[in-house]
Design a protein around this ligand. Sequence first.
Ligand SMILES: C[S@@+](CC[C@H](N)C(=O)[O-])C[C@H]1O[C@@H](n2cnc3c(N)ncnc32)[C@H](O)[C@@H]1O
Length: 248
Amino acid sequence: MLGYKPLTKSIDFIFADPPYNLSGKNYLTCKNGKVAICNKGEWDEIEDIHKFNRQWLESCIRVLADDGTIWISGTLHNHPSVGVLLKKLGLWIINDIIWYKPNAAPLLQGNRFAPSTELIWLASKSKKYFFNYELARELNGGKQMRNLWTLSATRHLTIHPTEKPESLMQRIISIGSKEGNTVLDPFMGSGTTGVVAKQLGRNFIGIEIDQSYFDIATQRIDNAVREPSLFVPSQSKSNARHCQLSLS
Ligand SMILES: C[S@@+](CC[C@H](N)C(=O)[O-])C[C@H]1O[C@@H](n2cnc3c(N)ncnc32)[C@H](O)[C@@H]1O
């Protein structure tokens, strides 16, 4: 959002899917069944990834409410940097979620394990934060939800190279926020977070540097509709609560 500066502590929930810094000649991928240099776009080639991560994380911390949470996705290319910064900047790391993609692209080089996971950091500013534990359990068939999530990568709906599946965002936003909350995505891309925020009745602020992606996201969000039955089982609605950790 150009020229818009959210107020300090005005955001209930942040999902950040930042550049992973995995593009460039040192990173190979599988494209149409062949080995190719990974190229997500210029935005993914960052000289000093740690400095970049620090800058946007500091801004997110400024706007996040005291009982809000921030969820940050990544791979081995950026998650060590983000993890160190979360600690350094005084955040409380609640979980590291491993998103396992059983249908991830195969590895053609034959020199390592086939990458098929992403890591999602979940952190807060204080030990009292909103987390819909009951809903998580309900979504998991009545059993405690673990931090290993098996969710297939889905066919992209837009031309954006790193579009997240709506199913992943539905789980994250429904567990991490309440109806009427304000959700921020500082790296909006194709707008998946905004689409799901709207489906779930949350307010949404998205930031995106690339005008063409911004336009795609805006159109996608405009077309999204509220889906009242999505992830609102009757019981968990009343049981949604703040979690207060007793450990220091
Ligand atoms: C990993 S993608 C996000 C994809 C998104 N989660 C989706 O589902 O489409 C990161 C996005 O951040 C944008 N970006 C990179 N640097 C940025 C910056 N400094 N400010 C805002 N957006 C930026 C890129 O253009 C890219 O679209």
